[in-house]
Design a protein around this ligand. Structure first.
Ligand code: ADP
Ligand code: ZN
Ligand code: MG
Length: 646
């Protein structure tokens, strides 16, 4: 029963196959290498054994006889020749047979034979030759029984130590920067401004940097001071990381990218040494770009905020500042950083000479959204009915990353239904999926629950349609999605950058519509509206403390961004007790006034509430066209800019 209009779960479409984010992939080559090592070792091992068997048995056909037998044969005069090599005796008989025997070591053959009772006379008839033991086969046969197990054990030891060393070197080298590097020659990973739609001002700002990296002499000759640091600021998924990579791609320079959180590890001092390393590498590769993504992880205002001062973070941040100050003017290294929380950054980072260039990237407007969709539609197959303009119209507040994942979801939907082309219907369904999470059709409501949910959502929708400043309704549904039991989809008529006090008042009233309807119809409330209440109370509080929209408190911002207290520093930097009590009173007043307005709507249009709820129980979903027709039929005029039926 949430109202998923403005706060959307930020669906970031980063799959491993994302062509624009190829940096985080696991290299399949490594896996092959691993199995390759294991495999080739096993093959060598097996080959050794086979070789041993072949060589050892190659003397087959030669009978083995004992020395005494051989001696007997010599006595009989059967033996023609004996070849001695080491302890091996190879005898050739008069009839051509051959035999092999082993004698005792240390004793000469003649002596051995004499010991066996061969007379010197008989012995002289035999042709005895001594061959120095040697040759591969000889050594192999003699040593293999020892060598093969040794080789095997050696391999095991080598393999295990290699594994240990792998772990060890990681511990030994944790000071080295973990930066991912992409070099200009790398065509596959190359991103250019063409891959980025919208963000025109940002691109314009950054093309100056590109210019400098391409042609530094021009700037240095005229004595221009080149910016050292560029800070990209914008909501998550607006393409900050992408833009930074595009600058490197356009300029054709090396790109060192690291995420702020990677500086911060268990060991104190690691972050600082990583920074030193990173800058050293970048200077060697100059001209180059160092990109610190999510810099707020290390760049938070020092000495303030949570955690009671994180030494590690401060040291890392200091090191970044030191390195940036240490640049020679013609170093040709530019530091870029990205954050979606510029408000929490340490002021030292923003000082001139550091990140003094600041580029803000806004959420895309309707035209930009259409262009972004077109970029991500490049490699996909579409049916004829697809109208990207309409999709762009329906997705205010979507970031580039959301649009990317919308396209992807649509493709998945089509593929799951075994179609080869993406239709408009797929795209529309994908919008809702990205906004609200997948439908949970299996979540079956009881009859009573269904009724309560229907009146709850009808309540939101009716208030939104009657109050002047609320956004018009696009769709109502009591099919649960994500965590919500049902939802009302309302979208602003046009993109909004700022919101007025009247809009806030009406938004709060719409949020309370669900609660009020449940109470009015059933005389009871459920836990359903708890999220509605939290959202609207927080909004009411912001109106009072941040935007100066309460007459009683007046034009004061009590809280800055990130919850910092701006006014009335009492104990622990909190608001004074009086102001604090006044704020609470004002929040309460705003909420109860909103509740009053909501109840007024229901008093005037009680019948319409029933009509909408009944229809919802019947069909579970009401689309925009049907809903507008219901409104008009019951004497509620449509809002300006809303046409009946699409
Ligand atoms: P951020 O760093 O601002 O959170 P990313 O640069 O990581 O956002 O963007 C995530 C993805 O969203 C990108 O890889 C890209 O696919 C898509 N995207 C975001 N903005 C744009 C844009 N202006 N044009 C095209 N694609 C975009
Ligand atoms: Zn609700
Ligand atoms: Mg990013």
């Amino acid at each position: 029963m949430e109202q998923p209009t403005k706060k959307r779960p930020g669906g970031k479409g980063k799959g491993p196959q994302d062509p624009l984010n190829p940096m985080k992939q696991i290299d399949p080559k490594n896996i092959w290498k691993f199995f390759g090592n294991m495999g080739s070792s096993a093959v060598i091992f097996i080959l050794l054994i086979v070789a041993y068997i072949i060589i050892a048995t190659s003397s087959a056909g030669i009978t083995k006889v004992s020395v005494s037998e051989l001696a007997g044969s010599v006595v009989k005069g059967d033996v023609k020749e004996i070849v001695v090599s080491g302890n091996m005796l190879e005898a050739t008989y008069q009839d051509g047979r051959k035999s092999e025997s082993t004698k005792e070591s240390d004793i000469a053959l003649s002596q051995t034979l004499l010991n066996y009772g061969v007379t010197a006379e008989k012995l002289s008839l035999v042709n005895i030759s001594v061959k120095e033991p040697g040759g591969f086969g000889y050594w192999f046969i003699n040593l293999a029984p020892f060598l093969i197990p040794l080789v095997f054990i050696g391999f095991l030891v080598w393999y295990l130590t290699k594994q240990m060393r792998g772990a060890g070197t990681q511990a030994m080298t944790f000071g080295q920067s973990k930066a991912r590097i992409s070099f200009p020659g790398d065509k596959k990973q190359r991103v250019t401004f063409k891959d980025i739609a919208g963000a025109k001002e940002a691109k314009q700002e950054l093309s100056e940097i590109v210019d400098f990296l391409k042609n530094p002499k021009k700037f240095i000759d005229i004595g221009a001071q080149i910016p050292k640091g560029v800070l990209l600021m914008g909501a998550p998924g607006t393409g900050k990381t992408l833009l930074a990579r595009a600058v490197a791609g356009e300029a054709g320079v090396a790109f060192f990218s690291i995420s702020g959180s990677e500086f911060v590890e268990m060991f104190v001092g690691v972050g600082a040494s990583r920074v030193r390393d990173l800058f050293r590498m970048a200077k060697q590769a100059a001209p180059s770009i160092i990109f610190v993504d999510e810099i707020d992880a290390v760049g938070r205002a020092r000495g303030a905020g949570t955690g009671g001062g994180n030494d590690e973070r401060e040291q890392t941040l200091n090191q970044i500042l030191v390195e940036m100050d240490g640049f020679e003017p013609n170093e040709k290294v530019i530091v870029m950083a990205a954050t979606n929380r510029p408000d929490v950054l340490d002021p030292a980072l923003l000082r001139p000479g550091r990140f003094d260039r600041r580029v803000t990237i806004d959420l895309p407007d309707r035209k930009d959204r259409e262009e972004i969709l077109a970029i991500h539609a490049r490699k996909k197959q579409f049916g004829e009915d697809v109208n990207l303009k309409l999709v762009a119209e329906r997705t205010p507040g979507f970031s580039g990353a959301d649009l990317y994942s919308l396209m992807n979801e649509a493709a998945i939907l089509a593929a799951r239904e075994d179609r080869v082309k993406i239709t408009q219907y797929d795209l529309i369904r994908a919008i809702e999926k990205v906004m609200l999470g997948p439908e949970r059709k299996s979540h079956i409501l009881s009859k009573k629950e269904k009724e309560v949910t229907a009146y709850h959502e009808a309540g939101h929708a009716l208030v939104a349609s009657v109050l002047e400043h609320a956004d018009p309704v696009h769709k109502i549904s009591i099919i649960s999605r994500g965590r919500a039991a049902g939802y009302v989809l309302h979208l602003p008529i046009e993109d909004k950058r700022i919101q007025s006090r009247n809009e806030f008042f009406d938004d709060i009233a719409v949020s309370l519509g669900g609660y009020a309807a449940e109470k009015l119809i059933f005389g009871d409330v459920t836990t359903g509206p708890s999220n509605d209440l939290q959202v609207s109370t927080a909004l009411a509080r912001d109106m009072v403390t941040k935007y100066g929209m309460s007459d009683k408190i007046g034009v004061l911002a009590l809280e800055g961004a990130g919850g910092r207290t701006l006014f009335g520093n009492g104990v622990n930097g909190e608001m004074s007790e009086k102001i604090s009590a006044d704020v609470d009173g004002e929040v309460q007043r705003i909420m109860s006034e909103a509740m009053g307005r909501t109840n007024m709507v229901f008093k005037d249009y009680r019948k319409v509430l029933d009509v909408i709820a009944k229809r919802l129980i019947e069909t579970e979903t009401i689309e925009r066209a049907e809903f507008d027709a219901i409104l008009v039929a019951n004497g509620i005029s449509l809002k300006e800019g809303v046409k009946l039926a699409e």
